[in-house]
Design a protein around this ligand. Structure first.
Ligand code: IMP
Ligand code: MG
Length: 178
């Protein structure tokens, strides 16, 4: 697949991400101290964020992974979501922290949080590396946002453009040339 010509403009350097992850880790550890917590990574985009954040959690969480599949190509989500891979760990009677890469319209997280709520957890909270809160189409709150972004399509630190750029250690905006 050939992508249209574009450049990458670094928005959040690796050092800024690391510093923010340390802060979030402290906040989350304090919130769940002494309580049963399952932290669940939403694959694939959240894998760097999850890995970095998990290493800052001092509250002995269980770690698990899930993957959603969303129909519709391109750079915006259609809002129709299904599980490609469900969780393995039971969340009944435990707190759940969903760890996502980026929340845009909110539709995928609205669906996922609803499904998880129906499984009898003590609570369900959401951490996201990037919160595009002004683009929300449904009311989803990111309880632990890394960074907020007004607009633009970003890649890196797990986030992709047609499966490219997930490996980058920073978050960059895709700027199309015309
Ligand atoms: P939502 O359902 O509209 O909130 O879409 C969220 C999902 O769309 C994210 O988990 C990403 O997979 C993808 N997405 C939304 N915005 C971006 C972006 O700027 N870069 C990369 N992926 C994005
Ligand atoms: Mg995603």
């Amino acid at each position: 697949m050939t992508l249209p010509p574009h450049d990458l403009n670094i928005l959040i350097p690796a050092e800024a991400i690391s510093a923010r992850v340390v802060e979030l880790g402290g906040e989350i550890s304090a919130r769940y101290a002494g309580q049963p917590l399952v932290a669940v990574c939403v694959l694939k985009g959240a894998f760097h964020f999850f890995s970095d954040l998990a290493r800052r959690l001092a509250c002995s969480p269980e770690l698990d992974f899930l993957q959603l599949s969303s129909y519709g190509a391109g750079t915006s989500s259609s809002g129709r979501v299904l599980f490609r891979k469900d969780m393995d760990v039971s969340i009944e009677g435990k707190h759940v922290l969903v760890v996502e890469d980026i929340v845009d319209s909110g539709r995928s997280m609205e669906y996922l949080l609803g499904v998880l709520q129906s499984r009898g957890p003590l609570s369900v909270a959401l951490a996201a590396c990037i919160d595009k809160r002004e683009r929300r189409e449904v009311p989803v709150t990111v309880d632990f946002p890394g960074f907020t972004l007004k607009e633009g399509f970003v890649v890196g630190y797990g986030m992709d453009y047609a499966e490219q750029y997930r490996e980058l250690p920073y978050v960059a905006e895709v700027v199309f040339r015309n």
